[in-house]
Ligand binder design. Structure first.
Ligand code: PMV
Length: 332
């Protein structure tokens, strides 16, 4: 029985990339993605997930398709999330979940961020939940940590929070996309899904890496530094703290047992290209997530030269260009 009327709903959310990374989960409440550290990100435009939820009382199971195809390996996580939404709504009605990404899935391009943000918005709307943005951010976080940030556009902070139930661990907008129209160029070095997912990588890092405590200890200072750099639009300062956070995250993961290595040769070559460009005066820095793609963040006037330099790196298969974008929205 359902206490509310279900309806079909479609939502679209953009990917985000963290400049100060989320890496590690707090003890307790493993299903809720309570982070060991806060993080700070930019929401992109153009790299998006669109998800339609069609509740249908005649279904005995949820049906999940991405890009028109059933994906059994992804379905369990999505259905678990749908069960959570139904429990909140007091509904037992199953649904068709149809989703599509405008970019490669599961390869460190933040598909889980846009994916669970779009799913949270579409499913909560479909089941008649009236959530404010904070509640929506926490719901998306339960699906995938970084999805908490894709609820909002522009520059976004996700607070670590202290509460054991996670109710103070939500994202919030800090500056709108118009504050500083940075560009992001993604050097795609491998379109295949990564070997070690972010949750497994994080858990292995926190359980075995001698550098994990150092990573956590520095986070508050890095977050304050990044927000101050963005407030002042100080590119050099943002570049320094962003690369520092990225390299610390990867160094801590690489020091796990066995080490978690997300980079390939082209990732490393592209890092050097970005550093060389910056040394010669081009406003650009890199960041890398739980996969082999390199994301170069630059001032708008540097975009074409950075795109050209990245495209010439051996092993870079293509370059995707994005600006800063908006938060999640219901589009139907
Ligand atoms: O939310 P998850 O489980 O996809 O983890 C995201 C982890 C990083 O992308 C590496 C860092 C981040 O803050 O987005």
């Amino acid at each position: 029985m359902s206490s509310r009327a279900e309806r079909r709903a479609t939502a679209r959310a953009n990917a985000n990339i963290a400049l100060v990374k989320y890496w590690g989960k707090r003890e307790g409440n493993p299903g809720r993605n309570l982070p060991a550290v806060g993080s700070f990100s930019i929401t992109l435009d153009g790299l998006s997930t669109t998800t339609t939820i069609t509740p249908d009382a005649s279904l005995s199971l949820d049906e999940y398709r991405r890009g028109g195809e059933p994906r059994p390996q992804e379905a369990a996580r999505v259905i678990g999330f749908m069960d959570q939404v139904r429990a909140l709504a007091g509904s037992t009605v199953k649904a068709r979940v149809e989703t599509d990404n405008t970019f490669p899935t599961g390869a460190g391009l933040a598909s889980s961020a846009s994916g669970f943000a779009a799913l949270a918005k579409a499913a909560s709307t479909a089941y008649g939940l009236e959530l404010d943005d904070r509640e929506l951010s926490m719901l998306a976080r339960d699906g995938s940590g970084s999805a908490a940030r894709s609820i909002f556009g522009g520059f976004v902070r996700w607070q670590r929070g202290e509460a054991a139930d996670g109710n103070d661990s939500f994202a919030e907008p800090v500056f709108p996309a118009t504050h500083w129209p940075l560009r992001v160029l993604v050097g795609v070095t491998d379109e295949n899904a990564k070997a070690t997912g972010s949750t497994d990588g994080m858990i292995r890092t926190q359980e075995t890496s001698p550098y994990f405590d150092g990573w956590v200890a520095g986070q508050r200072a890095d977050l304050a530094e990044a927000e101050a750099a963005v407030a002042e639009k100080d590119f050099e300062r943002l570049a320094a703290v962003s690369e520092y956070s990225c390299l610390k995250m990867h160094a801590s993961a690489q020091a796990a047992r066995p080490g978690v290595i997300y980079w390939n040769a082209a990732t490393v070559a592209a890092m050097h290209v970005v550093r060389t460009l910056r040394e010669s005066g081009t406003p650009v820095f890199f960041t890398i997530d739980a996969g082999p793609q390199l994301k170069a963040v630059c001032e708008p006037e540097a975009e074409s030269s950075v795109a050209k330099a990245l495209a010439e790196v051996d092993g870079v298969q293509r370059v995707i260009s994005a600006g800063l974008g908006a938060g999640v929205e219901v589009i139907e």
